[in-house]
Design a protein around this ligand. Sequence first.
Ligand code: NCD
Length: 327
Amino acid sequence: MPTESQSPYLPFGENNNADWYGKDILSVKQFNRADLEYIFGVAHEMRGMVERVGTFDLLKGKILANLFYEPSTRTASSFMAAMQRLGGSVIAINEVKYSSVSKGESLPDTIRTLESYTDVIVLRHPEVGSAAIAAKAAKKPVINAGDGVGEHPTQALLDLFTIFEELGTGKVDGLTITLLGDLKYGRTVHSLARLLTLFDVQLNYVSPDILPMPKEVMDEVAAKNIPQAEYDSLDKVLPNTDVLYVTRVQKERFENPAEYDKVKGAFVVDPEIMKAAKKEMIVMHPMPRVGEISPEFDDDPRAAYFRQMEYGLYVRMALLAMVLGKA
Ligand code: NCD
């Protein structure tokens, strides 16, 4: 294991501080490999700082607006913790029903209001493209924390940071990554599959037949010449998998509840199934889980999903420091 003073991410690529000051983070398509090395280098340093001193004053005096139109535990609280650990403060609007949104205020007007009080806006919203609409309305940076079934770029960044930290830097090339579950509505896998096209990986998709990876994402992956294959069961792919990324069936996106009932228990990862997997691999999940990974697996060293949450804090600290100009 590298120590914090010898960051495994050094030396950074050519184009290291890719000048993120004041930029929006809307899609993983904004990032190249050099950007990732830079972000993960900063995140790695943030981890060391949190372990050593907990909270420090890098963003003292800065204010974050955390605007969530959909439920969230991890994303909302890790952005809040990230800002507070950097010495900044947060205006949290988690329950938009108590804000003027419930009076019919438009997203651009809500965004203009919040940016007049704050320095950066984190937005989660049920509609695809909402973060881009907000970014157009705002002069301050907007960070997409999930736009409907579209993207969840900060989750994909923390997912990739998890893979690097858990399996060792430089080991993403050559890995076989299997995405399991609701690949149709899961925005985390849409962003992660796109981000992984920056590396030489094999992508496997395992889902119920009504929840496949969208054609749009598969076309983008194919255009980057990344091998990908679809399966309806884990049996064939599990023994070769280095990263098993499990997702929840996204109940709230279904128009017909009967369809949800048909597929909700389709895949369950448990200790018995995991006997067929490698000893050195990891199981990830963006969480929340609703039955797709049995708690009996939690004590297995390959279960990385709780560590994954913690990596999210460091990545979000890095992103906030970058867009606010202090990284
Ligand atoms: C995910 C999301 O909101 O897309 N959660 C998260 O941010 N960690 C995954 C999900 O809700 O299933």
